[in-house]
Each structure stands twice: as structure tokens, then as C-alpha cells.
Design a protein around this ligand. Structure first.
Ligand code: TRP
Length: 341
């Protein structure tokens, strides 16, 4: 059975883009066909200016939303990254395999560092090394498949390169992973700016539908989505991106095809209204389950504790093997030490 690993970063509220683009498929497909781990990657939230209380709150919320979206702790492992030391342990070893040049070539680093510098801020060293920690997340579990959006494929490529290089230098230790694309209905774009992705958790604005938005807020955001100036309702991603986005959201929520959806409408108004209702309906069960989970924080804590225990058990042997392979002296177990004495 394939081992699947993916992560959500608790830097912002989860969006409709995260749900339709990733989480829904994890719940409906991946957890049933594979041995899957889904991780709230809280260490990654510390790479940019952060508020400790907010990271804590968003981490708890992300975990609850993963469960609310249908991840079943009986079928997959849901846990918080910082609860399992193996990520940080392995990350350091991989820093000894990665190069400085390799890190500075990462597109996301270049973009985020440039943005930070134009604001006059400083760039945390962890922003540069972030992709190494991400590689550790993946390699610690021997994941074969990593479902991620396009913006993360370069990071998964790096994880592959590091796995291959480590194996060549120090002996076979890691499974070489590959990025898998979430497939159709995956790319939900910002309703106010259909050229940029809605999933970006650190953006804010009226073009982003959050999973926990009230139904009326969802309706308002969809009704105010920018459309294009062309005539009629046709599905054309290039020429009519705003309209195409609405058609794709509607199709993703109702299980149809965007082209067929286009044929069913002759006005933007009707399309927006139906899309708004479809989104509200798609999010309703998630909101309801989330509310139930919030009323029972002990349950979520229990799931995360059991998830971390299971994850640790999976990662430990691989990370210990990497420690030995790279040349670190194994600690002597207490019983053996006594015997020597
Ligand atoms: N970097 C990913 C993002 O920003 C989150 C992430 C961290 C991740 N570690 C991972 C995704 C491991 C997949 C596998 O979305």
C-alpha cells in the first residue's frame, strides 16, 4: 500500500481552496486507498513573523478542520509536527546533505525573502532552510506520494534529490518520494483575482472563502466575485478566468463538469447565486462537524496524542537508521551500559 504524507501550515484560516483542492480528496480517496499521514506542520509556521498565541490557535483549528473534513483517525494518522521530535532530528541531518546554493534557488524562498526585504524586515534563517524541514517531514515516514499544489512541487523535488544523494553517499536509507497532483477541481482561484490561487493561507481579503465563514459571508463573497466583460456564459479558462473559476467551483461542489455547467446558464447573476448556495451546502457538514468537535476538545486532543504516538513509531526507525548511516555514534542502551560496567 502506498504511503502518503501531506501537511497543512497553520499560518492562516483554511480556505475553500484548501478544501476543494486537497482536503476533500484526502478524506474521500487517499485515506481509503493508502496508508496516509496528515500533519499540521506548526514548525513551518515559525519561519515568518508570528504571534505565538495565534499559531497555537490555528494549529488546534487546523487539526479540528482536518477531522471535520472527514479524515478518520481509524483510517489515517492525524498529528501535529512539533509533537514528533523526529522531524527536527532528521532536518539537521538533511541540512548536512543539502547545499546553500540549492536552498537559495527555491522559488518560494526568493519570493518571500524579496517581499520581506522590500518591507524592510529581516529574513529568518528558517525561511531558507524550510524546504529541508519539509523534506524531513516526508522522508522520515518513507512516503512514496506527496499530494501538493503546484507551488510545492519544487520542494518535493528537493526531497527527492536529498533522498537520492543521502542513499548514494551513506547507503540506502530513504524511500524516494514523488509529488502527486490533486487532479481536477483542484485549482480554486481568488474570487477577486482569478490569476492567483485561493489556497494561500497567509493572504486575506474578500476574494477568499474560509471554511468557517458564516453562510451569509460566503454568499456575499461569491456574489461579489469578479467576472469578465465578455458576453454569455462559456467555460474558457484563458479568456474568461473569473467566470471559469465560478464554473469550476460550482462543478466541484455539485459533482458536475464546468463545460456542462456553462451550458445551463445564460446570466452571471443566476450562476453566482447557484454557486453561492452550492458552496454553502458543501461547507455545511464541515462547519457542523467542526462545531461538534469544538464542544469536545478532549476528543481532538486524544486523536492528536494517539496520532503523534503512531507517527513517532513510524518515523523513529528510519531516523535512527539515518543517524547511524551518516556516522553518528549510537547511544548505548541502559541495560548494555550496565553490563559493561
Ligand atoms: N510547505 C507546505 C505548504 O506550504 C506544507 C508542508 C510542510 C508540506 N511539510 C510538508 C506538504 C510535507 C506536504 C508534505 O503548503
Amino acid at each position: 500500500m502506498a504511503r502518503v504524507f501531506s501537511g497543512v501550515k497553520p499560518t492562516g484560516h483554511l480556505t475553500l481552496g484548501n478544501y476543494l483542492g486537497a482536503m476533500r480528496k484526502w478524506a474521500e480517496v487517499d485515506q481509503h486507498r493508502s496508508d496516509a499521514l496528515f500533519c499540521v506542520v506548526d514548525l513551518h509556521a515559525l519561519t515568518v513573523d508570528h504571534d505565538p498565541a495565534r499559531v497555537r490557535r490555528l494549529s488546534r483549528q487546523a487539526a479540528s478542520l482536518l477531522l471535520a473534513a472527514g479524515l478518520d483517525p481509524e483510517r489515517c494518522t492525524v498529528f501535529v509536527q512539533s509533537h514528533v521530535d523526529e522531524h527536527a532530528r532528521l532536518s539537521y541531518l538533511l541540512e548536512c546533505v543539502a547545499t546553500d546554493g540549492e536552498m537559495r534557488r527555491m522559488i518560494q524562498y526568493k519570493e518571500k525573502a524579496a517581499r520581506e526585504q522590500t518591507r524592510g524586515g529581516s529574513v529568518r534563517l528558517s525561511l531558507l532552510t524550510y524546504p529541508v524541514l519539509m523534506a524531513a517531514d516526508i522522508l522520515a515516514y518513507g512516503a512514496d506520494e506527496v499530494p501538493v499544489g503546484n507551488d510545492q512541487t519544487q520542494h518535493v523535488e528537493l526531497a527527492r534529490d536529498l533522498a537520492v544523494r543521502f542513499n548514494q553517499r551513506y547507503g540506502h536509507t530513504f524511500v524516494v518520494p514523488r509529488a502527486t497532483s490533486p487532479g481536477v477541481a483542484a485549482r480554486v482561484m481568488n474570487l477577486q483575482d482569478p490569476a492567483s490561487k485561493m489556497g494561500k493561507s497567509d493572504d486575506v481579503g474578500p476574494g477568499i472563502v474560509y471554511l468557517l465563514d458564516d453562510p451569509d459571508v460566503v454568499r456575499k463573497k461569491v456574489m461579489r466575485a469578479v467576472t469578465d466583460s465578455g458576453r454569455g456564459v462559456v467555460y474558457d479558462r484563458e479568456a474568461r478566468p473569473g467566470l471559469a473559476n465560478l464554473l469550476e467551483i460550482l462543478a466541484a461542489c455539485t459533482g458536475g463538469e464546468p463545460v456542462e455547467m456553462a451550458g445551463a446558464y445564460d446570466s452571471y447573476g443566476a450562476l453566482k447565486k447557484d454557486t453561492a448556495e452550492a458552496v454553502v451546502e458543501a461547507l455545511r457538514p464541515v462547519r457542523e462537524r467542526h462545531r461538534e468537535l469544538c464542544a469536545d476538545p478532549g476528543y481532538v486532543e486524544g486523536v492528536l496524542r494517539a496520532g503523534a504516538d503512531r507517527a513517532r513509531g513510524m518515523a523513529r526507525p528510519t531516523v535512527d537508521a539515518a543517524y547511524r548511516a551518516i556516522g553518528l555514534l549510537p547511544p548505548v542502551a541502559a541495560a548494555a551500559a550496565d553490563a559493561v560496567r
